[in-house]
Design a binder for this molecule. Structure first.
Ligand code: NAD
Ligand code: DAU
Length: 328
């Protein structure tokens, strides 16, 4: 039995992680979450203890880390579009928050796993045969990805300079239940459920490398179990899809005409393509994705949003109002 402190456990990936841990072990979980616009108390499994507070609160973080055997750090400002409107909370939470956690795990000698993104590597051309590996140079494009890149580098420095027992994972785009409806897939699903036409940025040629959130979290557990301290592992499930195909698939799966969507203003500095080579994770740690059929995973995700309207409906009007201001 371990005592695990999960930051950001009221957000999308963290909430799924907490549920997975509680379903598959006798570990005890404490969630530290500020319940920002992206956090939802309803997403937190009732078996976990929820502490509402910020990862930038050094006294609170010190107290919670002192009581933990392991810290898994998901909390972040996570949405690129928001970072273009106002970068400041990205700097505070993603950089100062990570620094605050690192200082606490350093003081108390607690094992730390850092959740990060493939966006730290910038983007690839559509026709580039290359994919991101652990050796790809950092080249982030947005305030969000730059703040995540900075947080990763803090972790590496704390490992080397202070001997902190940490691992890092950089994962591609997740989909699944409990994802905030500002994000691409749930935005379009809940648009269709609300009688709003889906919105595609630009021509929709941009490619994302989709992975089911459970596969991401199983990889994180494997890295915590067997990953080498100080190492970075890329997590991806060979799920490249262009945005236009995804929106058309959502419409088809929901019984609509595949062309019933609008093209809207493109994202500034929009990354063209992400693609992960997860050979290191697969060969060194024996991880494999379980969700290999994107269409089936998407259909199950659509079912989840249909069945859980009470969870997302209160967010819909404000989320769309924010996009409308940006012409999106
Ligand atoms: P999310 O926005 O759904 O959840 C973030 C959570 O962090 C929310 O519950 C929010 O309330 C909390 N939070 C924000 N600021 C906080 C603070 N100062 N103190 C405490 N809690 C705070 O994000 P997500 O999509 O679940 O992403 C989780 C992590 O995974 C992030 O680090 C993100 O960079 C990374 N990641 C996400 C994806 C993806 O596709 N969503 C892919 C790779 C990596
Ligand atoms: O790659 C991992 C990253 O994936 C994570 O680090 C981020 O936290 C996560 O938000 C996600 O970033 P993206 O910017 O790729 O995800 P988003 O869901 O915002 O957009 C996915 C693609 O869809 C992107 O090319 C922009 C496009 N898009 C998005 C929205 C919200 C649209 O075409 N229409 C939309 O309405």
């Amino acid at each position: 039995m371990r005592r695990i402190l999960v930051t950001g456990g009221a957000g999308f990936i963290g909430a799924n992680f907490v549920r997975l841990v509680l379903d598959t072990s006798d570990d005890r979980v404490t969630v530290l979450d500020a319940l920002t616009y992206a956090g939802n108390r309803e997403s937190v499994d009732a078996r976990a203890k929820l502490v509402v507070g910020s990862i930038t609160d050094a006294a609170l973080v010190d107290q919670l880390v002192a009581e933990a055997d392991l810290v898994v750090h998901f909390a972040a400002e996570s949405h690129n579009d928001n970072s273009l409107n106002d970068p400041s909370p990205f700097i505070t939470t993603n950089l100062v928050g990570t620094y605050t956690l690192l200082e606490a795990v350093r003081r108390h000698g607690v094992r730390y796993h850092h959740i990060s993104t493939d966006e730290v590597y910038g983007d690839l051309e559509l026709d580039d045969p290359a994919r991101f590996t652990e050796a790809t140079p950092y080249n982030p494009s947005s305030p969000y990805s730059a703040s995540k890149a900075g947080s990763d580098l803090l972790v590496r420095a704390w490992v080397r300079s202070f001997g902190v027992q940490a691992t890092i994972s950089n994962c591609s785009n997740n989909y699944g239940p409990y994802q905030h409806i500002e994000k691409f897939i749930p935005r379009q699903i809940t648009n269709v459920l609300s009688g709003i036409r889906p919105k595609l940025y630009g021509a929709g040629a941009n490619v994302r490398d989709w992975i089911h959130v459970t596969d991401h979290n199983l990889a994180v557990l494997r890295i915590i179990e067997a990953g080498r301290i100080g190492e970075t592992y890329l997590i991806g499930a060979d799920g490249e899809q262009d945005n236009k195909s995804v929106v058309e698939l959502i419409l088809t799966l929901m019984g609509q005409s595949a062309d019933a969507y609008d093209h809207v203003t493109d994202r500034a500095g929009h990354d063209m393509r992400y693609a992960i080579d997860s050979t290191k994770l697969r060969e060194e740690l024996g991880w494999q994705p379980s969700y290999r059929d994107f269409e089936a995973g998407l259909a199950a995700t659509i079912d989840w949003y249909r069945a859980n309207e009470a969870w997302w409906r209160p967010l819909k009007a404000a989320t769309e109002a924010k996009y409308a201001k940006a012409g999106q």
